[in-house]
Design a protein around this ligand. Structure first.
Ligand SMILES: Nc1ncnc2c1ncn2[C@@H]1O[C@H](COP(=O)(O)OP(=O)(O)OP(=O)(O)O)[C@@H](O)[C@H]1O
Ligand SMILES: [Mg+2]
Length: 356
């Protein structure tokens, strides 16, 4: 049960297709958890910084390096939480995490040489899956450090949700690939590094050659660590303290995407704690009696028309959810309503109330 997971788990990973409400659901679950747990952290790798906006932070408050920010008493109150609640938000900066891995794996001298190379500086953009890999690294460290009771991890929008789970294997394949072997032969290999040949320098040009040599020479120590970590990370989701929550909406395309993701996770034997159906339209609560007397016929007709329109949307959502539920019996489904409010806090508050 998702409600129990809020009490018991140490990490909730929220994933789903683009724009279905992963960031909103992550924040809502964190708010719900902050009612019952003392130290809750919600983490995003979302470059759109939506999570911070959802909590009323502006960009100026963003701290370099993604250090967690604790919500102020005022924000907690607006979220319906007691002022004493412990809820923090962090934006994960992959580059920062990578720098930490460098600091732990290499000597300070080697580390600063590596960081000076263009390849390293561009690595965040170049290496597919690095963002996800660093997220695992970061969460694992946070769990080990035990600074938080629960970490809610909002997954990135740019990649298809499946990419997130494939990331460790992908990075590992890259590290073990020919490209790396050509440049950094392992100790027992008979092939010499390509960089030992003089013609390579001529081909690449002096500066690029020097940088590449530096990068691959210093990266060796890091590569072994990353390969070892990737192996462990594959088991990350099977840990009892980690739960995966899948988010979807009742519209047809997101439902297809959602079912694809559920199937993929089943195949990978990654247990799904619950499926959250977000932005579920509810029937209108409007009745003419609410308005009392003195309302014009014209206005009443308009409002009644709007009510019919809303009720039809609610019916479609209901049918869609029933259909998808029947195809996946035995799963827990949680519904978060579509909240019509300009106040972002209201969405989080109402969704969190759903979990209480
Ligand atoms: N239950 C809800 N009621 C009303 N609006 C919602 C709800 N959930 C999400 N939204 C709105 O939908 C938009 C997309 O939500 P959100 O950013 O959480 O999606 P996402 O899945 O994280 O997107 P991305 O894939 O871009 O990261 C936002 O404007 C958000 O305020
Ligand atoms: Mg998002």
């Amino acid at each position: 049960m998702l409600r129990d997971a809020l009490y018991e788990k140490r990490c909730l990973m929220v994933c789903g297709g683009g724009g279905v409400g992963k960031t909103t659901v992550s924040a809502s679950l964190a708010v719900a958890a902050a009612h019952v747990r003392k130290r809750v952290l919600v983490v995003t790798i979302d470059p759109a910084k939506r999570l911070l906006q959802a909590f009323g932070f502006n960009d100026a408050l963003l701290q370099e390096g993604g250090a967690p920010l604790a919500l102020s008493g005022d924000v907690l109150t607006r979220l319906g939480l007691p002022e004493s609640a412990g809820l923090s938000v962090a934006i994960l900066n992959p580059k920062w995490v990578l720098d930490r891995i460098v600091a732990q794996s290499l000597t300070p001298g080697q580390g600063s040489k590596l960081k000076d190379t263009v390849i390293y500086r561009e690595m965040g953009q170049m290496v597919h899956g690095l963002q996800e890999y660093t997220a695992y690294e970061w969460v694992t460290r946070m769990l080990t450090d035990d600074e938080y009771d629960l970490i809610v991890l909002d997954t990135p929008p740019a990649f298809h949700a499946k990419e997130f789970f494939n990331a460790p294997a992908k990075i590992r394949n890259l590290m073990e690939s020919r490209v790396f072997q050509i440049f950094i032969p392992s100790g027992h290999s008979w092939i010499p590094s390509l960089l030992t040949f003089g013609w390579v320098e001529k081909l690449l040009g002096e500066r690029i050659y020097r940088e590449s040599k530096m990068f691959f020479e210093t990266f060796t120590g890091l590569r072994d660590r990353i390969i070892a970590r990737c192996g462990k990370l594959a088991e990350f989701f099977s840990q009892r303290e980690v739960a995966v929550v899948v988010v979807g909406t009742p519209e047809s395309t997101p439902v297809l995407e959602l079912e694809g993701l559920i199937g993929f996770l089943e195949e990978k034997r990654i247990p799904v704690e619950a499926v959250v159906m977000n932005q579920v339209e509810r029937a209108s609560e409007f009745t003419p009696e609410i308005l009392g007397s003195g309302i014009s016929e014209e206005l009443l007709a308009k409002l009644s028309e709007l009510k019919l329109h809303q009720d039809a949307k609610a019916d479609r959502a209901f049918e869609s959810i029933q259909r998808v539920k029947s195809r996946h019996p035995g799963r827990e489904w949680v519904e978060f309503p579509m909240v019509y409010s300009l106040d972002g806090f209201e969405i989080l508050k109402q969704n969190a109330a759903q979990m209480r």
